[in-house]
Design a binder for this molecule. Structure first.
Ligand code: GLY
Length: 317
């Protein structure tokens, strides 16, 4: 039994491992761990108080995958509800679908009895949003009044490219759990790329991109620039490399090289965590200094480990 998470999962990993200690399932452990991250206002990349899109609206993405059955559920661009991971689990367990987005996701949250959360950001975070837009957009000719009314503009694409910052504006939480029965579950939740175009989905709600689990081989999840993981199908590729007989370290490295080999623009930071079917774990990143955490039932607290670096030279604009 084990729980592996991105380091911002530290607030939830004890709850997740306790569920496994009590004989609970990997799916329940992943959901419980991620819910605590979603509720943490200090994390601006997940759930409550996450950084918003360019219009100042928080839009959440999440997914969950059951490695025993390969059933999965996901929600994207969810507005007005906090626990995207629980809703993703409900998509998996209550609907014949895998992915709900936008208004349909909010409607399903209401139907499932989730409490509405009309204000998803603390006032300070709203100030960060406005302050971030002002210099870039002001320099390009928008007044404070233009920025206040940015929602009514017909030329958002131009401003999104100016307002986004590849180094500062992404983050996500990953949880992978393996329970007593050997079943693996992966969950991912995020508020996505800050100042994004409304409706933008990253890799987190895309099964095979930011999240994949298969009991027979292992599981993987990503944080970082989701567009890259979508283009390379990173989480599925990594598990596929395990299926083809590569070791966990080799599979992670191969998945990172696939990302490095992407052409075109908009290449930035990517990180992944993974386990194999035996519960061996690994964390990789394209940059130095990134860590991940893991905990087994006998450990009183999680351990934080450095991620192995496979450099990916950034390319932007
Ligand atoms: N990896 C999270 C995102 O790109 O939205």
């Amino acid at each position: 039994m084990i729980v592996v998470a991105s380091s911002n999962g530290s607030i939830g990993i004890e709850a997740a491992i306790e569920i496994l200690r009590q004989g609970g399932t990997a799916v329940a452990a992943v959901e419980a761990g991620i819910r605590l991250v979603e509720a943490n206002p200090e994390d601006n990349s997940v759930g409550y108080n996450g950084y918003p899109n360019i219009l100042g609206e928080v839009e959440l993405d999440a997914s969950i995958m059951n490695g025993r059955t390969l059933e999965s559920g996901a929600v994207g661009a969810l507005k007005g509800y906090l626990h995207a991971i629980t809703l993703a689990r409900q998509v998996m367990e209550r609907l014949p679908h895998v992915l709900l987005v936008g208004e349909g996701a909010s409607r399903f949250a209401a139907e499932m009895g989730h409490p509405p959360q009309p204000e998803m950001m603390l006032p300070d975070t709203r100030t960060v949003w406005a302050d971030r837009l002002r210099p870039e957009l002001g320099q390009a000719g928008l007044t404070d009044d233009d920025i206040a009314h940015i929602a009514s503009r017909a030329d958002l694409a131009r401003w999104v490219e100016l307002a986004t910052d590849p180094e500062r504006t992404k983050g996500t939480v990953n949880f992978i759990a393996q329970d007593k029965a050997g079943n693996i579950c992966t969950g991912v939740s995020t508020s996505g790329w800050a100042w994004k175009y409304p409706g933008r989905l990253g890799d987190s709600p895309i099964i095979g991109a930011g999240n994949y689990a298969d009991n027979r081989y292992g599981a993987a999840a990503c944080t970082g620039m989701g567009e890259m993981a979508i283009r390379a199908s990173t989480a599925h590729s990594l598990v596929f490399y395990l299926k083809m007989g590569l070791s966990l370290a080799e599979a992670c490295e191969r998945a990172m090289i696939d990302l490095r080999d992407l052409g075109g623009r908009f290449i930035s930071v990517m990180n992944l965590v993974a386990i194999d079917k035996d519960g061996n774990h690994a964390g990789f990143s394209s940059v130095d200094g990134r860590t991940y955490i893991y905990q087994t039932p006998d450990m009183p607290e999680c351990e934080e480990l450095a991620r192995t670096v496979v450099p990916i030279p950034p390319r932007w604009g």
